[in-house]
Design a protein around this ligand. Sequence first.
Ligand SMILES: NC(=O)C1=CN([C@@H]2O[C@H](COP(=O)(O)OP(=O)(O)OC[C@H]3O[C@@H](n4cnc5c(N)ncnc54)[C@H](O)[C@@H]3O)[C@@H](O)[C@H]2O)C=CC1
Ligand SMILES: O=C(O)[C@H]1O[C@H](OP(=O)(O)OP(=O)(O)OC[C@H]2O[C@@H](n3ccc(=O)[nH]c3=O)[C@H](O)[C@@H]2O)[C@H](O)[C@@H](O)[C@@H]1O
Length: 443
Amino acid sequence: MRITVIGTGYLGAVHAVCMAKAGHEVLGVDQDAAKIDALAAGRAPFFEPGLPELLAEGLASGRLSFTTDAAEAATFGEVHFLCVGTPQQPGSNAADLRHLHAAVEALAPHLHRPCLVVGKSTVPVGTAAALAAKVAELAPVGAAAELAWNPEFLREGFAVEDTLRPDRLVVGVTGEHAEEVLRRVYAPVLALGTPWISTDLATSELVKTAANSFLATKISFINAMAEICDATGANVTTLADAIGHDVRIGRRFLDAGVGFGGGCLPKDIRAFHARAQELGVGSALDFLEHVDTVNLRQRARTVDAARELLGGELAGRRVTVLGATFKPDSDDIRDSPSLHVAELLLAEGAEVRVHDPEGLANTKSAHPGLECVESLEDACTGADLLLHLTAWQQYQELDPAEVAASVRTPLLLDGRNALDAGRWAAAGWTVRLLGKPAPAPAG
Ligand SMILES: NC(=O)C1=CN([C@@H]2O[C@H](COP(=O)(O)OP(=O)(O)OC[C@H]3O[C@@H](n4cnc5c(N)ncnc54)[C@H](O)[C@@H]3O)[C@@H](O)[C@H]2O)C=CC1
Ligand SMILES: O=C(O)[C@H]1O[C@H](OP(=O)(O)OP(=O)(O)OC[C@H]2O[C@@H](n3ccc(=O)[nH]c3=O)[C@H](O)[C@@H]2O)[C@H](O)[C@@H](O)[C@@H]1O
């Protein structure tokens, strides 16, 4: 099938290469000419495992190409996926839908043949119906340019795997034709036995915001438990393991620490609450405000713990922040807890150095005040405190004895509870964890 993917960011670029992998002819479209040039030249515009290989494969097969021209896209595709950003509006909690509207306004006037426009971006419920009306109104072919919704559940760092082998496929459709077209698009994925949920537009939009709200709630729940554990000397990891054995609860997404960030969970729970308020049912989702508060509090708690470890004063102390991205295996620093904490430390007068295996280029442009250090060894040398905030595998492989020899004081705060605290303590480090007692340092 001939497919366009409009918006080639973290979601769209991966979707485009995976659609080509699935055997379709794919045209990726973006208004960002630099991104399109990079993709067309076979350079992934961001770090995502597996993306460079599939991009190269798609380009070599001749089934994958890129353009900035919406009219070309309209002529090319039988199915048009909308993958543009829906960020938080400045000064409000609501989603900013202007990119989606702009994408539809650029595409629809060129739709002269029957086709399917499929939204994948995460949107407030009701957006799909409004866009369906807009497409039908602007397209020369009228209602034969149909709209469907197909929310995406991929995780950065696992985006290729999640796209080719998703847990489920959810489609919001207004008729059988759209569903039949989408079944053909996803035929290779369906052949793996992937569950297929076909529903109305509103339910499909809500499935996505409900899923992200549930995941965010799970993380804030365990972080709230971590606060209680800190107040009582209990151990949040043991607690998570123990409640996680109950299959109704499950162990995944119960890792306590500095909390969630990224371009999705934080903005999605805020936008969901804002939309519920518009619908007059805001109080049903008031709990999401608490989920957000508990989450942001973990960043302040981390700074408090750092200050305490350093004897009550951050000014003039050298803190090395290990990890800049919001999670490992991504270069994405959107709403990164690590960088928020780094900025808070800087504001208190600490000398902050940041290390990250993939996120420093983005950090330098968005946080010019932070000192970014490429070499992990240099980043640690002379530090008064190591603050581990993104659980990259590389940090787990550090030799605590070797690092101890280069720092000024062997103090470690593991804000992800992911390092082997026993090993660090045995090498003479004073370790602090979030929500659990740390082993005493050797000697
Ligand atoms: N990043 C992720 O892991 C996931 C993201 N989503 C949702 O997918 C959507 C996109 O997210 P990301 O890919 O992370 O954002 P992003 O910011 O990385 O990518 C958005 C892309 O859309 C392009 N764009 C904006 N307006 C355009 C227009 N009018 N025409 C053509 N291109 C345009 C931008 O230049 C950019 O390259 C959001 O709604 C997000 O919530 C959903 C699931 C996973
Ligand atoms: O809508 C989206 O964009 C995506 O948002 C999340 O995916 P992602 O943001 O890539 O990352 P997650 O793996 O969900 O992690 C989000 C944040 O929560 C944190 N986290 C995760 C799990 C956990 O137990 N504890 C915890 O603090 C991570 O460190 C990270 O900062 C969802 O997991 C995806 O299903 C969804 O498609």
